[in-house]
Write a new protein. Structure first.
Length: 741
């Protein structure tokens, strides 16, 4: 067994460990970088010899550790920490999980003692939603407590640490008779007694958490475990409203029912408890603005440079609602119905004699944010849903309303608003306005030329201060904030939690098709010696191969080199082409299928150039555009690649028709060996259409393919055809070829 962490990433441990951030009874937690997907992860590792040294059974400890991974991985819920990978590095079992940048509820309560009742209820509702999913999957958490509830900068809650979870039907991590599993202060009476338990112990534990959040201490406290057990079994907790003024009696009743001694007297399910608490998630009236500073801390004066910053009092509690409130206050122009593609093209044109359009188009269930010829984000104004499917679903004839950024406002405001609709990657988080000097922080961000936002959250309340190159361009506050004056004057008395979020850009596919049309990328391969040393490591091979814009590409695109490079590397077509060139061959060889897909695999080492969003001639003289076209060193087309937001029958049939038309027009030797279609998923009708296309030709085609050992081959004649491959691509960048014989 070697030391942990490994000195460098490997094929089975593709992470660069940055620092150790914590240590617990079962092991250690590290912050690490996932080099494949350019994201931060948390690595939890256990060392069996340490467990043995403490007098425990190493196998049982490892089993309990793996149970945590399996329990969390079995759940697909936004309130449960996502498990990315389970593996072993140098003999050390590890779990790679999503990185959570926030603070535990335990940390928040330790700083403030208690929190406002509506915030406590909102936390409880989110935890109950996660528990409802867990219980439906047969999983009982068994250790709900403030330290296992992570509060993210957005106010969202993540339930962590399924290390003691009990999974229905599992034979892992059995509990010894009479052993208490969980944390005693939050354990139900039957749990402390070592008796039979079910999902209702989680509801009891959450009631303890809510009691502590409302009152500032758990319902039962004692100097020893014996006294605590006696109190839990024999004493009735005092109603929270008897200890804290202003709590509604109905909330008292909900918490105390969750603390019932007998399981049958508690709520029957997480859904029942959620229904009982839901009426208390908001105050009946917004609190008045504070008239004096928080005790022990003066409220700083507003900096003169910020006094004139515009403030939008928005409607709503979610990011997309705030963005739409801002947009709807801009000057409007009605756009008559016209050809969709022509309208969108006009909106992204960059004329030499006039500024490009900057603002938003609101139309048919979509809001499109555009600035300086770049389409930044497309979202549904009603639901906040984002994605290319929204654009693909727009009708061929399109009209709507244009909202232009008013004169005098920074045009990059559109990019800042679009960034609010991207999952946050905070630079700083968990900054309580009761302790941190947020106005002073804003001044420092301005001095450093910050691009991005300060996010303010308090329960469901949401607000932002937006910065462009250090200049405050707009303050936006949603429902419930006392935003009549500049936020610097009142934020210190609210107890809000703030985070600093640099601007992010996640463009729709249409942006890449417009901005990078015809861009030529040169394939840069590693040296011969490096290639031989990494040939068996597909991860290293993928990192070694690069696709770089050719000389003069920035000038042709009328973009700076840095902007162009950012667009290229963000383009999913670039990622798909790079994966195909670097990794696909090794994957097919590993499964013994490379020889059956010769037209797909053999040309990979000869590809010298990839053209993005490039048109090819088809029969009849018109052109067909693909998201990526790969050429070999002799200038022959070897692969065409397309991406769609929805893998439907229509998408598959249209792609095969277009690829077939191009193949018939290019009858040179070695032309178009394969056509690859990428989508998040393909439905059953799409797969049926794919198989039907491959079966064209009947028995003769089947005989020819059997003789040639071909798979996924679309035969156009005795000697003509090409492979068709469908690839599913997940949101985190993982790709899976669908290989059908």
């Amino acid at each position: 067994m070697t030391a942990f962490p490994p000195p460098a990433p490997t094929a089975t441990f593709p992470y660069r460990v940055l620092e150790k951030i914590g240590e617990g009874a079962m092991g250690e937690v590290y912050r690490a970088e996932d080099l494949d997907l350019a994201r931060m992860v948390a690595i939890k590792v256990i060392r069996p010899e340490h467990a043995s040294a403490r007098g425990t059974d190493p196998d049982a400890t490892v089993n309990r550790f793996l149970q945590e991974a399996r329990a969390a991985a079995a759940l697909s819920h936004p309130g449960v920490t996502t498990v990315h990978r389970v593996g072993t590095a140098g003999g050390h079992p590890y779990i790679a999980m999503e990185w959570l940048d926030g603070h535990t509820l335990e940390d928040i309560l330790a700083r403030g003692g208690r929190i406002p009742p509506e915030q406590a209820v909102r936390i409880g509702l989110q935890v109950l939603s996660a528990l409802e999913a867990a219980h439906a999957a047969g999983i009982v958490h068994r250790d709900i407590k403030p330290d296992n509830l992570m509060v993210l900068p957005s106010g969202r809650i993540k339930v962590t640490d399924f290390g003691v979870a009990r999974v229905r039907g599992s034979d892992l991590a059995h509990t010894q008779a009479g052993m208490i599993v969980g944390t005693p202060q939050y354990a139900a009476p039957e749990q402390l007694a070592g008796g039979a338990i079910d999902h209702r112990i989680d509801l009891y534990a959450l009631a303890c958490v809510l009691y502590e959040a409302l009152v500032g201490r758990p319902p039962f406290e004692a100097s020893s475990i014996y006294e605590l057990v006696q109190a839990v079994h024999a004493e009735a907790p005092r109603p929270p409203s008897a200890l804290v003024d202003g709590l509604p009696p109905g909330l008292d009743a909900g918490v105390l029912r969750g603390l019932a001694k007998r399981p049958e007297d508690r709520f029957a399910s997480a859904a029942d408890m959620r229904a009982a608490l839901d009426p208390f998630r908001t105050r009946r009236a917004a609190p008045p603005p504070p008239t004096e500073a928080t005790p022990g801390r003066a409220v700083p004066a507003v900096a003169p440079t910020h006094a004139q910053v515009a403030t939008v009092q928005a409607v709503g509690e979610r990011e997309h609602e705030l963005v739409m409130s801002v947009v709807r206050q801009w000057p409007t122009t009605e756009v008559p119905r016209q050809d969709r593609d022509r309208l969108l093209q006009r909106l992204v044109e960059r004329p030499l004699h006039a500024p490009a359009f900057t603002g938003a188009l609101v139309t048919d269930g979509a809001c499109i944010l555009i600035s300086d010829g770049i389409m930044y984000r497309v979202f549904d104004p009603a639901t906040g849903r984002v994605g290319d499917a929204l654009l693909e679903a727009l009708p061929a004839q399109l009209g709507g309303t244009l909202f232009a950024v008013p004169a005098g406002l920074e045009t990059r405001l559109v990019a800042l608003l679009a960034s609010l609709l991207v999952p946050a990657v905070p630079r700083l988080s968990g900054l309580s306005s009761s302790f941190a000097d947020l106005p002073q922080l804003a001044g420092k961000l301005a001095a450093e030329g910050f691009d991005g936002a300060i996010r303010f959250g308090l329960g469901a309340r949401l607000g932002f201060a937006l910065f462009c190159r250090g200049q405050r361009v707009l303050d936006v506050f949603g429902d419930g904030w006392p935003a009549r004056d500049a936020w610097e004057q009142w934020i210190g008395g609210t107890g809000a939690i703030a985070s600093v979020e640099p601007i992010q850009s996640v463009f729709p596919a249409a942006t890449f098709r417009q901005q990078l049309a015809g861009l030529v990328l040169e394939v840069v391969r590693p040296t011969t010696s490096l290639t031989s040393s990494i040939r068996s490591d597909t991860t290293a091979a993928a990192r070694a191969i690069d696709l770089r814009p050719c000389e003069g590409a920035a000038a042709a695109a009328r973009r700076g080199p840095a902007t162009l490079q950012a667009l290229v590397t963000s383009d999913p077509a670039y990622g798909a082409a790079r994966w195909i060139i670097a990794e696909l061959g090794a994957q097919f060889a590993q499964h013994g299928r490379a020889g059956r897909w010769k037209g797909l695999i053999e040309p990979l080492d000869r590809i010298g150039q990839v053209r993005l969003h490039h048109g090819l001639a088809r029969a009849g003289g018109d052109r067909v555009t693909f998201d990526a076209v790969a050429y070999d060193g002799d200038g022959r087309v070897v692969h065409v690649i397309d991406r769609v937001a929805r893998g439907t029958r229509a998408a598959v049939e249209a792609f095969i028709e277009r690829a077939t038309a191009v193949r018939r027009a290019r009858d040179g030797a070695g032309e178009l060996g394969a056509a690859i279609l990428v989508a998040p998923t393909f439905d059953e009708d799409a797969l049926e259409a794919y198989l039907a296309a491959l079966r064209t030709g009947g028995a003769l085609r089947a005989s020819l393919d059997a003789l040639s050992h071909r798979e996924g081959y679309l035969r156009l004649g005795m000697r003509q055809g090409f492979h068709v491959l469908l690839v599913e691509e997940t949101a985190d960048g993982r790709r899976r070829p669908l290989v059908v014989e």
